[in-house]
Write a protein that binds this ligand. Structure first.
Ligand SMILES: [Mn+2]
Length: 349
């Protein structure tokens, strides 16, 4: 871990241990949830400052007892991935933040981990498509192999979900039954080496668990159709809502930036499709997710679900939600940095 600890403030020495215990003992005054960063370290610093955090001895911290919860997807795509990882890591290790794993952290881990069985040498096949998703991360860590190893070790420690007294956090989708099964069979909230190996095999419980929690629910396009997403990937599946109460048509469940072709949107959902969907009830605790490349003005999706991914790395917004004790989420508790505006201000300045 020492490679990620660029300074002395979070080296796990006796003093920082004591500090951590002390901060855990003080009652939290609230949580600031932050969506997908994707290497936008400069924007992250602006957002933390907007939320009242200050960088002291290399670690961002709040003057009151507030803590950040990061929703995952720190890596990939953006220009300052190592710096973003360092900021988040130092906060987590100092007890100033928590994090859940995103699908991009999981992909990176699988791409870099040797498979113990099966036909491919690594858990994530090294195809051009998979490389393209990880390209910026691999390039930016190219001359820092030990730092990359430390990041991979840290990803293994990241919980797949977090449950607080009054809210829940997961990168893409809260799948209650799978979470219960994980707790029953492994008794942990993070990956183990064994779980990681199994998760690479399609159809295992571990594969389904990682897929649902980190990538969400999706449906296959009918008749083997494909669509090309705006970012240029061929897709046979589309991302779906898990809060549609009684959906009847594909249009009722689609939840992604790319609209469905109209002949698909108006098709009725099949019995199989209904089986593949999940439903997070209105009476459940508030839930925070990232992952979905939202656009526009941030606001809750429902009274008890907020998505905080507003496409920061595509010149959208890096978004936070100031969570206190409310059970109904409110649009006025979102805080964000508009990346496009910041970029233009920098160019003009
Ligand atoms: Mn994601």
């Amino acid at each position: 871990m020492s490679e990620l600890s660029g300074d002395k403030t979070h080296s796990g020495n006796a003093r920082s241990e004591a500090d951590r215990e002390r901060s855990a003992a003080v009652e939290m005054q609230g949580y600031d949830l932050i969506g997908d960063i994707h290497g936008c370290a400069s924007t992250l610093k602006l957002l933390l400052e907007k939320l009242g955090y200050r960088c002291i001895d290399g670690v961002y911290q709040h003057p009151l007892q507030r803590q950040v919860v990061f929703l995952g997807d720190i890596v990939d795509r953006g220009p300052r991935i190592r710096e973003a990882v360092q900021i988040v890591y130092s906060m987590v290790k100092a007890g100033q933040a928590k994090i859940v794993m995103g699908n991009h952290e999981y992909n990176l881990l699988c791409y870099m981990t040797r498979a113990e069985y099966g036909e491919h040498p690594f858990l994530r096949e090294r195809t051009p498509r998979h490389y393209r998703i990880l390209k910026e991360t691999l390039e930016q860590y190219e001359n820092y192999p030990r730092e990359l190893d430390a990041l991979l070790a840290w990803i293994m420690e990241m919980p797949l979900y977090l449950e607080f007294d009054h809210f829940r956090v997961v990168h893409a989708c809260w799948a209650e039954q799978l979470i219960e099964q994980l707790e029953d069979s492994y008794g942990v909230q993070h990956l183990t080496a064994d779980m990681l190996q199994r998760s690479a095999r399609h159809g295992t419980f571990e594969w389904t668990l990682l897929d649902r929690l980190l990538r969400g629910t999706h449906l296959r396009l009918p008749n083997n159709e494909e669509m090309i997403s705006r970012d240029g990937f061929r897709r046979r599946f589309f991302r779906t809502k898990f809060w549609a109460r009684q959906p009847q048509f594909y249009a009722d469940v689609v939840f992604q930036p790319d609209p469905l072709p109209s002949h698909i949107a108006r098709r009725a959902l099949s019995v199989q499709d209904h089986d593949d969907l999940l439903y997070y009830g209105e009476e459940e605790k508030p839930l925070f997710i990232g992952h979905y490349w939202r656009e526009g003005r941030p606001e809750p999706i429902t009274d008890n679900i907020a998505c905080l991914d507003y496409s920061a790395v595509k010149f959208g917004k890096l978004v936070a939600y100031r969570m206190d004790n409310e059970s109904v989420l409110s649009a006025d508790k979102f805080v964000w940095v508009d990346v496009h505006q910041e970029f233009r201000a920098q160019v003009a300045g």
